[in-house]
Design a protein around this ligand. Structure first.
Ligand code: COA
Length: 233
């Protein structure tokens, strides 16, 4: 059985490293093929829809790092829906529709946030609050704003909500073919923890569960209080 990875913008040596790690996780005799072309695949809500790559032009644009932008991250409101839907449609082959967003955001534990640059919504994320973790259901950046640090700022926002006492992890499922997203989350400290076989209803592909773990800030070292402490190093 083959596992096909579709990569936009070529595979760098850093990506090769990641691919070797991927091969180790997947194991099970699968061979990994790396193909050039449209890259992005997405986690589906409740095993539902959503799967798309950017157009070749967008993929080419997104593979050239440009100037970083600062974004303001705030709660999503009804008025944002048009821009959010546009980003969604330009990001996934099987995008969520407005009803999917509304159904999801009606749940008490479901949160929507947008990243705003000037007057424009340039990214969004939908996530669920669980007792000990945050679970990302949908996450995308407008194609022309990719590789400009927007995604990183959105993840930072989520990470800032973790604590040792309460929610200690962020989890998500990513399609096995969505190498750009895997590389993105890996770069931000997420690690693949599980392969979810035939996870999606719209395609036979598997998903990787990825997880970020909160690392408590190290306590400052106190000066040794007495002679015994000093001897103990
Ligand atoms: C994945 C996605 C959200 C990343 O957002 P982004 O704003 O472009 O990411 P950032 O600019 O913050 O990237 C931070 C780092 O992640 C890594 N990264 C991001 N995109 C990458 C890509 N396509 N290939 C390799 N590494 C990538 C890089 O190390 C990058 O830092 P650098 O640009 O300084 O090299 C965006 O590509 C996207 O919306 N994709 C389509 C939707 C999608 O797949 N969502 C995820 C569903 S699970």
């Amino acid at each position: 059985m083959f596992l096909t990875l579709v990569v936009s913008g070529g595979v760098s040596s850093r990506d090769q490293n990641w691919l070797s790690r991927l091969k180790e996780w997947v194991g099970h005799g699968k061979r990994i093929l790396v193909a050039a072309g449209d890259g992005v695949r997405h986690n589906a809500p409740y095993h539902a829809t959503n799967n798309f790559g950017p157009t070749r032009k967008e993929a080419a644009m997104s593979s050239f790092p440009t100037q970083q932008v600062r974004v303001h991250i705030r709660w999503m409101i009804r008025r944002d829906m048009e821009e959010v839907l546009s980003i969604e449609q330009h990001s996934f082959e099987f995008p969520w529709f407005e009803e999917d967003f509304i159904r999801c955001l009606r749940q008490r534990n479901c949160i929507g946030m947008v990243a705003e640059h000037g007057e424009r919504v340039v990214g969004f994320m939908i996530y669920e609050l669980h007792k000990t973790r945050l679970h990302i259901l949908n996450f995308a950046v407008a194609p022309e704003f990719r590789r400009r640090d927007v995604g990183r700022q959105m993840v930072d926002k989520l990470v800032s909500k973790l604590s040792s006492q309460r929610r200690t992890r962020i989890t998500l499922e990513v399609r096995e073919t969505n190498l750009p997203a895997q590389l993105f989350f890996k770069q931000l400290g997420f690690r693949a923890t599980m392969v979810l076989r035939s996870f999606y209803e719209d395609s036979p592909e598997d998903a990787y569960m990825m997880q970020f773990r909160h690392v408590p800030a190290a306590l400052p070292e106190l000066p040794a209080a007495n002679r015994i402490d000093r001897l103990a190093g």
